[in-house]
Design a protein around this ligand. Structure first.
Ligand code: ADP
Ligand code: MG
Length: 474
């Protein structure tokens, strides 16, 4: 397979998780410039494209590359400015992706990729979005994030074991998997195993039942980094604890990294043997805390970037302000709001997210933030009301809307407003013309016709109109 075919095969695998738009904008003019000794080098025409590819897609690229060619053990990146304007035999025709039907992946499926580890070991890894680069540390979790990075850069070093604890929905699993990703990024040949405590227990029970405990032990001896999530479930499970104790010791003595998470500090874990507690305390124990408002807002912004959607900053502030007790809920409300808006062809509004917060979370109160969240929709009595509403929606003033500026950002809202007045209030074209500073009725007629014809063609306009109609309860 030549480099062009290789890159094409990788990009096709990437498209569903990265999205067509990113492929078209960030992967344009990129090539696989060489594959030597298991090292594949990807070259991009600009630093911006390279940064995006490196920070957001490198793990995915590596996984896809391994699928296409199992001899690839490492991926490197560089910038080759000449790619921007020169033909190159390895360039992929990126236009292929314009017409590619990428099915939006379901909510669960993309997350559970199986990484095939060397020697036939398999690990249920990884949610591709749970990387340390995608984790927003904020003030509260700088230590947890820094410790995770340190472990990933130097597995088996001084932070061994690394024990992260904290309530549910705070980002423990994200950090744990991020460590796994990061180790594999630097050392693709290492055996990194991420598993839930439940899975570990099941394997032990099965091994004991089949009298295979020896092979169980051998299997885990080959692991370079063992990550076990939610070990609070080991409580009161004597035989599991015993096996885990031995596994732990063997790995630890061999200088292998162990990373654990639970909902409490080791000493407070119910039904856990003291000898395990003391092992867990040997390295670094760090709390994963709830993020503050600033961090919550940063997380929301990052999730919008990840999903490549634009959401009104006021709506994001409203979510960040109101969803305080779980980052999982925070992300969930945003995802819901985006999905709902896409379905209804509108954009998320404070009103719609307020409803979704009420449904999804146990937040006691939803703050008003100076906006009506529970009252009925706006009552429109005359054209003045609609002009105000449209102006506010597009962040313009009344005079911007009524005035004569013919730039697009004024013209379109103005035409939308005329159209709505006609639709909602059934005013004559003459009356509407008067409301807009004495314009001729033919101008209004033209505006209304233009919007009608564009509602079908331009989904942006359709979305805006739907959102506006929603505001007035239509
Ligand atoms: P836990 O394991 O503590 O219950 P998770 O790791 O499952 O929590 O996190 C829940 C969700 O919140 C995930 O989607 C995760 O990506 C997201 N999340 C949590 N903290 C952060 C953060 N600091 N930055 C970005 N995303 C985060
Ligand atoms: Mg978890």
């Amino acid at each position: 397979m030549d480099n062009k075919a290789l890159w094409e095969a990788i990009l096709i695998r990437l498209a569903p998780s990265i999205g067509k738009a990113s492929i078209l904008s960030f992967f344009k003019d990129t090539i696989v410039s060489s594959v030597e000794g298991g090292v594949m080098t990807i070259s991009a025409p600009t630093q911006i494209a390279l940064d995006f590819i490196k920070t957001r897609c490198d793990v995915k690229i590596f996984q896809a590359a391994k699928e296409v060619d199992s001899a690839i053990k490492e991926v490197k990146f560089d910038v080759k400015g000449s790619l921007a304007d020169q033909e190159h035999p390895s360039k992929v025709d990126i236009r292929l992706f314009r017409d590619l039907q990428v099915k939006k992946q379901g909510r669960k499926a993309p997350n559970k990729q199986e990484v095939i580890l060397d020697e036939g070991m398999r690990s249920k890894m990884f949610n591709p979005n749970y990387t340390l680069q995608n984790y927003i540390p904020g003030q509260e979790n700088r230590l947890a994030h820094a410790a995770s990075l340190a472990v990933a850069n130097k597995p088996g070093g001084i932070y061994n074991p690394l024990f992260l604890y904290g309530g549910t929905g705070r980002g423990k699993t994200h950090l744990l998997q991020g460590i796994g990703h990061e180790i594999l990024r630097h050392h693709p040949n290492k055996n990194v195993v991420y598993m839930t405590s439940e899975r570990f227990m099941n394997e032990i029970v099965e091994a004991i039942g089949k009298k295979h405990t020896k092979s169980f032990k051998e299997k885990y001896r080959r692991v370079d980094c063992l990550i076990v999530d939610d070990i609070q479930f080991f409580g009161n499970k004597a035989s599991t604890q015993q096996e885990f104790f031995h596994t732990f010791n063997e790995l630890y003595d061999a200088g292998k990294q162990i990373v654990l998470s639970s909902d409490k500090v080791p000493n407070e874990l119910d039904g856990l043997e003291d000898r395990l507690k003391s092992r867990f305390n040997m390295g670094m124990v760090v709390e994963v805390q709830l993020p503050d408002y600033e961090t919550r807002l940063a997380i929301l912004n990052a999730k919008c970037m990840e999903q490549q959607v634009l959401v009104d900053p006021e709506v994001l502030k409203f979510i960040a302000f109101n969803v305080k007790n779980s980052v999982r809920d925070l992300a969930g409300v945003l995802t819901n709001a985006i999905a709902e808006a896409q379905l209804m062809q509108t954009t998320p509004t404070i009103k719609s997210v307020a409803a979704s917060i009420r449904r999804c979370c146990n937040e006691e109160e939803i703050a008003e933030l100076g906006v009506e969240t529970s009252k009925n929709t706006l009552v429109v009595r005359n054209s003045e009301d609609l002009i105000d509403l449209v102006a506010q929606y597009f962040k313009l003033t009344r005079s911007d809307l009524i005035g004569n500026d013919r730039r697009k950002e004024y013209m379109i809202p103005r035409q939308i407003c005329m159209y709505l007045i006609r639709e909602v209030l059934d005013y004559s074209y003459e009356t509407i013309g008067e409301a807009f500073g004495g314009r001729n009725h033919t101008t209004v007629l033209h505006a209304c016709n233009k919007i009608v014809s564009e509602i079908n063609g331009d989904s942006r306009i359709a979305r805006d109109i739907n959102a506006l109609k929603k505001e007035i309860g239509l």
